[in-house]
Design a protein around this ligand. Sequence first.
Ligand code: G6P
Length: 442
Amino acid sequence: MKKGLKIVTIGGGSSYTPELVEGLIKRHDELPVSELWLVDIPEGEEKLNIVGTLAKRMVEKAGVPMDVHLTLDRREALKDADFVTTQFRVGLLEARAKDERIPLKYGVIGQETNGPGGLFKGLRTIPVILDIAKDIEELCPDAWLVNFTNPAGMVTEALLRYSNLKKVVGLCNVPIGMKMGVAKALDVDESRIEIQFAGLNHMVFGLDVFLDGISVKEKVIEAMADPANAMTMKNISGESWEPDFIRGLDLIPCGYHRYYYKTQEMLEHELEASKTEGTRAEVVQQVEKELFELYKDRELAIKPPQLEKRGGAYYSDAACNLISSIYNDKHDIQPVNTMNNGAIASIPDDSAVEVNCVMTKNGPKPIAVGDLPVTVRGLVQQIKSFERVAAEAAVTGDYNTALVAMTINPLVPSDKIAKQILDEMLEAHQEHLPQFFKSVEA
Ligand code: G6P
Protein backbone atom coordinates (compact mmCIF):
# COMPACT_ATOMS: atom_id res chain seq x y z
CA MET A 1 0.00 0.00 0.00
CA LYS A 2 1.61 3.30 -1.02
CA LYS A 3 2.01 5.60 2.02
CA GLY A 4 0.35 9.00 1.83
CA LEU A 5 2.45 11.50 -0.09
CA LYS A 6 4.11 14.52 1.48
CA ILE A 7 4.16 17.58 -0.79
CA VAL A 8 5.96 20.78 0.22
CA THR A 9 5.24 24.06 -1.55
CA ILE A 10 7.81 26.81 -1.10
CA GLY A 11 6.15 30.15 -1.69
CA GLY A 12 3.00 28.70 -0.16
CA GLY A 13 1.64 32.18 0.57
CA SER A 14 1.20 32.82 -3.15
CA SER A 15 -2.21 33.87 -4.47
CA TYR A 16 -1.88 30.92 -6.87
CA THR A 17 -1.92 28.33 -4.06
CA PRO A 18 -5.71 27.72 -4.18
CA GLU A 19 -5.18 26.53 -7.79
CA LEU A 20 -2.66 23.96 -6.60
CA VAL A 21 -4.85 22.85 -3.69
CA GLU A 22 -7.85 22.44 -6.03
CA GLY A 23 -5.69 20.38 -8.39
CA LEU A 24 -4.54 18.07 -5.57
CA ILE A 25 -8.09 17.67 -4.24
CA LYS A 26 -9.41 16.79 -7.73
CA ARG A 27 -6.77 14.07 -8.14
CA HIS A 28 -6.76 12.67 -4.61
CA ASP A 29 -7.79 9.17 -5.72
CA GLU A 30 -4.78 8.81 -8.03
CA LEU A 31 -2.50 11.07 -5.99
CA PRO A 32 -3.03 10.30 -2.25
CA VAL A 33 -1.42 13.39 -0.71
CA SER A 34 -1.70 13.05 3.08
CA GLU A 35 0.43 16.11 3.96
CA LEU A 36 0.66 19.45 2.19
CA TRP A 37 3.18 21.83 3.75
CA LEU A 38 2.89 25.47 2.69
CA VAL A 39 6.14 27.29 3.39
CA ASP A 40 6.88 30.99 3.25
CA ILE A 41 9.23 33.60 4.71
CA PRO A 42 8.45 36.01 7.61
CA GLU A 43 7.57 38.86 5.20
CA GLY A 44 4.93 36.55 3.68
CA GLU A 45 3.48 35.26 6.99
CA GLU A 46 0.23 37.20 6.77
CA LYS A 47 -0.40 36.01 3.19
CA LEU A 48 0.53 32.46 4.23
CA ASN A 49 -2.03 32.48 7.02
CA ILE A 50 -4.79 33.88 4.79
CA VAL A 51 -4.25 31.52 1.85
CA GLY A 52 -3.33 28.60 4.12
CA THR A 53 -6.57 28.92 6.09
CA LEU A 54 -8.48 28.95 2.80
CA ALA A 55 -6.56 25.82 1.76
CA LYS A 56 -7.66 24.11 4.98
CA ARG A 57 -11.30 25.12 4.33
CA MET A 58 -11.07 23.78 0.74
CA VAL A 59 -9.69 20.43 1.92
CA GLU A 60 -12.26 20.23 4.70
CA LYS A 61 -15.16 20.97 2.33
CA ALA A 62 -13.85 18.41 -0.19
CA GLY A 63 -13.54 15.84 2.59
CA VAL A 64 -10.14 14.52 1.47
CA PRO A 65 -7.72 13.21 4.14
CA MET A 66 -4.97 15.79 3.58
CA ASP A 67 -3.33 17.64 6.48
CA VAL A 68 -2.40 21.20 5.54
CA HIS A 69 0.57 22.59 7.51
CA LEU A 70 1.67 26.24 7.44
CA THR A 71 5.24 27.08 8.42
CA LEU A 72 8.09 29.57 8.08
CA ASP A 73 10.56 26.74 8.81
CA ARG A 74 11.55 25.38 5.38
CA ARG A 75 13.94 22.77 6.77
CA GLU A 76 11.29 21.37 9.10
CA ALA A 77 8.84 21.13 6.18
CA LEU A 78 11.29 19.44 3.79
CA LYS A 79 11.98 16.37 5.96
CA ASP A 80 11.10 13.25 3.93
CA ALA A 81 9.09 15.16 1.33
CA ASP A 82 8.11 13.22 -1.80
CA PHE A 83 7.60 16.29 -4.03
CA VAL A 84 8.77 19.87 -3.52
CA THR A 85 7.11 22.57 -5.60
CA THR A 86 8.60 26.07 -5.75
CA GLN A 87 6.58 29.17 -6.65
CA PHE A 88 8.18 32.15 -4.98
CA ARG A 89 8.81 35.75 -6.08
CA VAL A 90 11.88 37.34 -4.43
CA GLY A 91 11.04 40.98 -3.75
CA LEU A 92 7.37 40.30 -4.51
CA LEU A 93 5.45 42.29 -7.11
CA GLU A 94 7.20 45.50 -6.05
CA ALA A 95 10.45 44.12 -7.49
CA ARG A 96 8.63 43.04 -10.66
CA ALA A 97 7.19 46.54 -11.08
CA LYS A 98 10.75 47.94 -11.03
CA ASP A 99 11.80 45.26 -13.57
CA GLU A 100 8.98 46.45 -15.84
CA ARG A 101 9.41 50.22 -15.34
CA ILE A 102 13.16 50.89 -15.34
CA PRO A 103 13.96 49.47 -18.85
CA LEU A 104 11.12 51.59 -20.32
CA LYS A 105 13.12 54.73 -19.38
CA TYR A 106 15.76 53.53 -21.87
CA GLY A 107 13.33 52.56 -24.62
CA VAL A 108 13.66 48.86 -23.78
CA ILE A 109 10.92 46.26 -23.08
CA GLY A 110 10.20 45.89 -19.34
CA GLN A 111 8.83 42.38 -18.75
CA GLU A 112 8.66 39.78 -15.94
CA THR A 113 10.77 37.08 -17.59
CA ASN A 114 12.17 38.66 -20.77
CA GLY A 115 14.91 41.25 -21.36
CA PRO A 116 16.36 43.13 -18.37
CA GLY A 117 13.40 42.08 -16.19
CA GLY A 118 14.06 38.41 -16.88
CA LEU A 119 17.74 38.91 -16.10
CA PHE A 120 17.01 40.51 -12.73
CA LYS A 121 14.28 38.02 -11.79
CA GLY A 122 16.95 35.37 -12.40
CA LEU A 123 19.65 37.22 -10.44
CA ARG A 124 17.29 37.50 -7.44
CA THR A 125 15.92 33.95 -7.68
CA ILE A 126 18.84 31.63 -8.54
CA PRO A 127 20.82 31.99 -5.25
CA VAL A 128 17.61 31.25 -3.30
CA ILE A 129 16.65 28.18 -5.36
CA LEU A 130 20.21 26.83 -5.04
CA ASP A 131 19.93 27.18 -1.24
CA ILE A 132 16.64 25.29 -1.37
CA ALA A 133 18.34 22.62 -3.53
CA LYS A 134 21.01 22.17 -0.81
CA ASP A 135 18.26 21.66 1.81
CA ILE A 136 16.50 19.13 -0.46
CA GLU A 137 19.78 17.26 -1.00
CA GLU A 138 20.16 16.99 2.79
CA LEU A 139 16.58 16.53 4.00
CA CYS A 140 14.64 14.79 1.19
CA PRO A 141 17.21 13.60 -1.39
CA ASP A 142 14.68 11.29 -3.09
CA ALA A 143 12.14 14.08 -3.65
CA TRP A 144 11.31 15.55 -7.06
CA LEU A 145 11.79 19.32 -7.28
CA VAL A 146 9.02 20.73 -9.50
CA ASN A 147 9.88 24.36 -10.15
CA PHE A 148 7.59 26.95 -11.63
CA THR A 149 9.37 29.93 -10.14
CA ASN A 150 10.19 32.31 -12.95
CA PRO A 151 12.18 32.64 -15.03
CA ALA A 152 11.47 28.89 -15.04
CA GLY A 153 13.80 28.09 -17.95
CA MET A 154 16.79 29.97 -16.54
CA VAL A 155 16.11 28.56 -13.06
CA THR A 156 16.00 25.00 -14.42
CA GLU A 157 19.27 25.69 -16.28
CA ALA A 158 20.84 26.94 -13.03
CA LEU A 159 19.63 23.89 -11.06
CA LEU A 160 21.05 21.51 -13.69
CA ARG A 161 24.38 23.35 -13.79
CA TYR A 162 24.98 24.50 -10.21
CA SER A 163 23.13 22.04 -7.93
CA ASN A 164 23.66 18.34 -7.23
CA LEU A 165 19.98 17.54 -7.67
CA LYS A 166 19.08 15.15 -10.46
CA LYS A 167 15.31 14.96 -9.90
CA VAL A 168 14.45 18.46 -11.18
CA VAL A 169 11.64 19.45 -13.54
CA GLY A 170 10.81 22.97 -14.68
CA LEU A 171 7.20 23.78 -15.36
CA CYS A 172 5.09 26.42 -17.05
CA ASN A 173 1.50 26.91 -18.11
CA VAL A 174 2.31 28.44 -21.52
CA PRO A 175 2.08 25.08 -23.36
CA ILE A 176 -1.27 24.20 -21.77
CA GLY A 177 -2.41 27.73 -22.61
CA MET A 178 -1.35 27.29 -26.25
CA LYS A 179 -3.24 23.99 -26.43
CA MET A 180 -6.38 25.68 -25.06
CA GLY A 181 -5.94 28.55 -27.53
CA VAL A 182 -5.68 26.15 -30.49
CA ALA A 183 -8.71 24.16 -29.30
CA LYS A 184 -10.70 27.42 -29.04
CA ALA A 185 -9.56 28.59 -32.49
CA LEU A 186 -10.63 25.26 -34.04
CA ASP A 187 -13.70 25.04 -31.80
CA VAL A 188 -12.83 21.50 -30.63
CA ASP A 189 -12.25 19.90 -27.22
CA GLU A 190 -8.63 20.37 -26.15
CA SER A 191 -8.28 16.63 -25.43
CA ARG A 192 -8.24 16.12 -29.23
CA ILE A 193 -5.31 18.53 -29.71
CA GLU A 194 -1.63 17.60 -29.54
CA ILE A 195 1.16 20.13 -30.12
CA GLN A 196 4.78 19.21 -30.84
CA PHE A 197 6.49 21.63 -28.45
CA ALA A 198 10.17 22.53 -28.81
CA GLY A 199 12.30 25.43 -27.59
CA LEU A 200 12.86 27.02 -24.21
CA ASN A 201 10.54 28.25 -21.47
CA HIS A 202 8.64 31.36 -22.69
CA MET A 203 10.49 30.74 -25.99
CA VAL A 204 8.67 27.55 -27.03
CA PHE A 205 7.26 26.86 -30.52
CA GLY A 206 4.64 24.43 -31.79
CA LEU A 207 6.51 22.67 -34.62
CA ASP A 208 3.31 20.86 -35.57
CA VAL A 209 -0.27 20.62 -34.31
CA PHE A 210 -2.51 17.55 -34.52
CA LEU A 211 -6.28 17.13 -34.27
CA ASP A 212 -7.10 13.46 -33.66
CA GLY A 213 -3.60 12.66 -34.93
CA ILE A 214 -3.93 14.58 -38.21
CA SER A 215 -1.76 17.66 -38.74
CA VAL A 216 -3.84 20.85 -38.75
CA LYS A 217 -0.90 23.25 -38.58
CA GLU A 218 -1.92 25.19 -41.71
CA LYS A 219 -5.43 25.66 -40.34
CA VAL A 220 -4.09 26.93 -37.02
CA ILE A 221 -1.70 29.30 -38.78
CA GLU A 222 -4.58 30.70 -40.85
CA ALA A 223 -6.50 31.20 -37.60
CA MET A 224 -3.51 33.04 -36.10
CA ALA A 225 -3.29 35.18 -39.24
CA ASP A 226 -6.78 36.45 -38.48
CA PRO A 227 -6.38 39.73 -36.50
CA ALA A 228 -9.53 38.91 -34.57
CA ASN A 229 -7.91 35.83 -33.09
CA ALA A 230 -5.02 37.04 -30.97
CA MET A 231 -4.41 33.68 -29.23
CA THR A 232 -2.47 35.40 -26.47
CA MET A 233 -2.51 35.13 -22.67
CA LYS A 234 -3.97 37.24 -19.87
CA ASN A 235 -0.61 38.87 -19.20
CA ILE A 236 0.49 39.62 -22.78
CA SER A 237 -1.25 42.18 -24.97
CA GLY A 238 -2.51 40.46 -28.08
CA GLU A 239 -1.07 42.59 -30.88
CA SER A 240 -2.11 40.70 -34.02
CA TRP A 241 0.51 39.03 -36.21
CA GLU A 242 1.36 40.19 -39.73
CA PRO A 243 -0.56 37.49 -41.66
CA ASP A 244 2.17 36.84 -44.24
CA PHE A 245 4.83 36.66 -41.50
CA ILE A 246 3.00 34.01 -39.56
CA ARG A 247 2.30 32.10 -42.78
CA GLY A 248 5.95 32.30 -43.77
CA LEU A 249 7.13 31.31 -40.26
CA ASP A 250 5.05 28.14 -40.60
CA LEU A 251 5.28 27.45 -36.83
CA ILE A 252 3.03 28.20 -33.86
CA PRO A 253 4.74 30.88 -31.71
CA CYS A 254 3.95 31.32 -28.00
CA GLY A 255 2.57 34.55 -26.55
CA TYR A 256 6.02 35.74 -25.49
CA HIS A 257 7.35 35.71 -29.05
CA ARG A 258 5.53 39.01 -29.52
CA TYR A 259 8.35 40.64 -27.50
CA TYR A 260 10.85 39.44 -30.12
CA TYR A 261 8.92 39.60 -33.39
CA LYS A 262 6.80 42.66 -32.53
CA THR A 263 9.22 44.49 -30.25
CA GLN A 264 8.32 47.99 -31.44
CA GLU A 265 4.56 47.55 -31.04
CA MET A 266 4.94 45.83 -27.66
CA LEU A 267 7.23 48.64 -26.41
CA GLU A 268 4.73 51.29 -27.56
CA HIS A 269 1.93 49.37 -25.82
CA GLU A 270 3.98 49.12 -22.61
CA LEU A 271 4.94 52.83 -22.65
CA GLU A 272 1.27 53.77 -23.12
CA ALA A 273 0.12 51.38 -20.35
CA SER A 274 2.79 52.66 -17.96
CA LYS A 275 1.18 56.12 -18.23
CA THR A 276 -2.43 54.87 -17.89
CA GLU A 277 -3.40 51.62 -16.12
CA GLY A 278 0.22 50.90 -15.08
CA THR A 279 2.64 48.10 -15.88
CA ARG A 280 1.46 44.47 -15.66
CA ALA A 281 2.86 44.08 -12.12
CA GLU A 282 1.01 47.23 -11.00
CA VAL A 283 -2.24 45.89 -12.49
CA VAL A 284 -1.63 42.52 -10.85
CA GLN A 285 -0.97 44.15 -7.46
CA GLN A 286 -4.58 45.34 -7.58
CA VAL A 287 -5.80 41.84 -8.57
CA GLU A 288 -3.77 40.40 -5.67
CA LYS A 289 -5.40 42.81 -3.19
CA GLU A 290 -8.87 41.73 -4.40
CA LEU A 291 -7.88 38.04 -4.27
CA PHE A 292 -6.57 38.21 -0.69
CA GLU A 293 -9.72 40.08 0.41
CA LEU A 294 -11.71 37.21 -1.12
CA TYR A 295 -9.49 34.60 0.48
CA LYS A 296 -10.17 36.06 3.94
CA ASP A 297 -13.88 35.31 3.57
CA ARG A 298 -14.52 32.39 5.94
CA GLU A 299 -17.45 31.35 3.74
CA LEU A 300 -15.11 30.78 0.78
CA ALA A 301 -14.04 27.13 0.48
CA ILE A 302 -13.27 26.82 -3.23
CA LYS A 303 -10.79 28.38 -5.64
CA PRO A 304 -12.42 31.68 -6.68
CA PRO A 305 -12.90 32.18 -10.47
CA GLN A 306 -11.19 35.60 -10.14
CA LEU A 307 -7.89 33.68 -10.01
CA GLU A 308 -8.31 33.10 -13.76
CA LYS A 309 -7.56 36.81 -14.29
CA ARG A 310 -3.91 35.93 -13.65
CA GLY A 311 -1.61 34.84 -16.47
CA GLY A 312 -0.61 31.77 -14.50
CA ALA A 313 -4.12 30.30 -14.67
CA TYR A 314 -4.20 26.48 -15.17
CA TYR A 315 -0.59 26.06 -14.03
CA SER A 316 -1.92 23.76 -11.33
CA ASP A 317 -3.24 21.33 -13.97
CA ALA A 318 0.27 21.32 -15.42
CA ALA A 319 1.80 20.80 -11.97
CA CYS A 320 -0.61 18.16 -10.67
CA ASN A 321 -0.65 16.25 -13.98
CA LEU A 322 3.15 16.15 -13.83
CA ILE A 323 3.32 14.99 -10.19
CA SER A 324 0.63 12.36 -10.76
CA SER A 325 2.31 11.01 -13.91
CA ILE A 326 5.64 10.62 -12.10
CA TYR A 327 4.01 9.06 -9.03
CA ASN A 328 1.84 6.71 -11.13
CA ASP A 329 4.48 6.07 -13.84
CA LYS A 330 1.82 7.01 -16.41
CA HIS A 331 4.07 7.31 -19.49
CA ASP A 332 1.83 10.06 -20.85
CA ILE A 333 3.34 12.96 -22.79
CA GLN A 334 3.74 16.42 -21.23
CA PRO A 335 5.82 19.50 -22.16
CA VAL A 336 8.29 20.28 -19.35
CA ASN A 337 11.74 21.82 -18.84
CA THR A 338 14.41 19.16 -18.55
CA MET A 339 17.94 18.24 -19.66
CA ASN A 340 18.05 18.38 -23.47
CA ASN A 341 20.14 15.22 -24.01
CA GLY A 342 19.96 15.66 -27.77
CA ALA A 343 16.21 16.25 -28.05
CA ILE A 344 16.91 19.54 -29.89
CA ALA A 345 20.01 19.14 -32.04
CA SER A 346 21.21 22.78 -31.97
CA ILE A 347 21.01 23.18 -28.17
CA PRO A 348 23.79 21.76 -25.95
CA ASP A 349 22.98 18.31 -24.50
CA ASP A 350 23.50 19.53 -20.92
CA SER A 351 21.15 22.52 -21.22
CA ALA A 352 17.54 22.83 -20.11
CA VAL A 353 14.96 22.85 -22.90
CA GLU A 354 11.15 22.86 -23.00
CA VAL A 355 9.97 19.86 -25.04
CA ASN A 356 7.39 17.08 -24.97
CA CYS A 357 8.50 14.29 -22.65
CA VAL A 358 7.27 10.82 -21.76
CA MET A 359 6.49 11.13 -18.02
CA THR A 360 7.77 8.11 -16.06
CA LYS A 361 8.48 7.27 -12.40
CA ASN A 362 12.10 8.08 -13.31
CA GLY A 363 11.05 11.51 -14.52
CA PRO A 364 10.61 13.12 -17.95
CA LYS A 365 12.15 11.40 -20.99
CA PRO A 366 12.45 14.03 -23.73
CA ILE A 367 11.14 13.18 -27.21
CA ALA A 368 13.69 14.10 -29.89
CA VAL A 369 12.48 16.70 -32.41
CA GLY A 370 15.58 16.77 -34.60
CA ASP A 371 16.45 20.43 -35.01
CA LEU A 372 14.58 23.70 -34.84
CA PRO A 373 13.84 25.27 -38.23
CA VAL A 374 16.60 27.67 -39.29
CA THR A 375 14.11 30.55 -39.07
CA VAL A 376 13.99 30.35 -35.24
CA ARG A 377 17.11 28.35 -34.33
CA GLY A 378 19.29 31.43 -33.90
CA LEU A 379 16.92 33.24 -31.54
CA VAL A 380 16.52 30.15 -29.34
CA GLN A 381 20.30 29.67 -29.19
CA GLN A 382 20.79 33.36 -28.35
CA ILE A 383 18.26 33.14 -25.52
CA LYS A 384 19.98 29.97 -24.26
CA SER A 385 23.33 31.82 -24.26
CA PHE A 386 21.65 34.63 -22.35
CA GLU A 387 20.19 32.18 -19.79
CA ARG A 388 23.55 30.49 -19.22
CA VAL A 389 25.49 33.74 -18.81
CA ALA A 390 22.75 35.17 -16.59
CA ALA A 391 22.84 32.06 -14.39
CA GLU A 392 26.63 32.39 -14.11
CA ALA A 393 26.23 36.05 -13.11
CA ALA A 394 23.62 35.08 -10.51
CA VAL A 395 25.94 32.50 -8.96
CA THR A 396 29.19 34.52 -9.12
CA GLY A 397 27.87 38.05 -8.53
CA ASP A 398 30.36 39.14 -11.19
CA TYR A 399 29.47 42.58 -12.62
CA ASN A 400 31.06 42.06 -16.06
CA THR A 401 29.27 38.72 -16.49
CA ALA A 402 25.97 40.44 -15.66
CA LEU A 403 26.78 43.19 -18.19
CA VAL A 404 27.50 40.60 -20.89
CA ALA A 405 24.18 38.85 -20.11
CA MET A 406 22.33 42.17 -20.34
CA THR A 407 24.09 43.17 -23.57
CA ILE A 408 23.62 39.86 -25.45
CA ASN A 409 19.90 39.82 -24.68
CA PRO A 410 18.13 40.45 -28.03
CA LEU A 411 15.81 43.05 -26.48
CA VAL A 412 18.72 45.31 -25.38
CA PRO A 413 20.02 47.48 -28.27
CA SER A 414 23.56 48.39 -27.13
CA ASP A 415 26.26 47.81 -24.52
CA LYS A 416 26.05 51.46 -23.43
CA ILE A 417 22.31 51.22 -22.77
CA ALA A 418 22.84 47.78 -21.20
CA LYS A 419 25.27 49.31 -18.70
CA GLN A 420 22.91 52.16 -17.82
CA ILE A 421 20.02 49.75 -17.23
CA LEU A 422 22.22 47.30 -15.32
CA ASP A 423 23.57 49.98 -12.97
CA GLU A 424 20.13 51.44 -12.23
CA MET A 425 18.56 47.97 -11.66
CA LEU A 426 21.40 46.75 -9.44
CA GLU A 427 20.86 49.82 -7.28
CA ALA A 428 17.08 49.38 -7.27
CA HIS A 429 17.29 45.71 -6.22
CA GLN A 430 20.32 45.91 -3.91
CA GLU A 431 18.57 44.37 -0.90
CA HIS A 432 17.78 41.20 -2.90
CA LEU A 433 21.20 40.89 -4.59
CA PRO A 434 23.70 40.12 -1.81
CA GLN A 435 26.00 38.37 -4.30
CA PHE A 436 26.63 41.72 -6.06
CA PHE A 437 27.07 43.89 -2.97
CA LYS A 438 29.16 41.64 -0.69
CA SER A 439 32.36 43.47 -1.72
CA VAL A 440 30.83 46.79 -0.63
CA GLU A 441 30.23 45.43 2.93
CA ALA A 442 33.68 43.76 3.01
C1 G6P B 1 2.04 33.33 -17.77
C2 G6P B 1 3.40 32.71 -17.62
C3 G6P B 1 3.88 32.75 -16.20
C4 G6P B 1 3.81 34.18 -15.71
C5 G6P B 1 2.38 34.64 -15.77
C6 G6P B 1 2.28 36.10 -15.35
O1 G6P B 1 1.11 32.45 -17.32
O2 G6P B 1 3.39 31.37 -18.05
O3 G6P B 1 5.21 32.30 -16.17
O4 G6P B 1 4.30 34.32 -14.40
O5 G6P B 1 1.86 34.55 -17.08
O6 G6P B 1 0.92 36.35 -15.10
P1 G6P B 1 0.55 37.70 -14.31
O7 G6P B 1 -0.93 37.61 -14.12
O8 G6P B 1 1.33 37.68 -13.02
O9 G6P B 1 1.01 38.83 -15.21
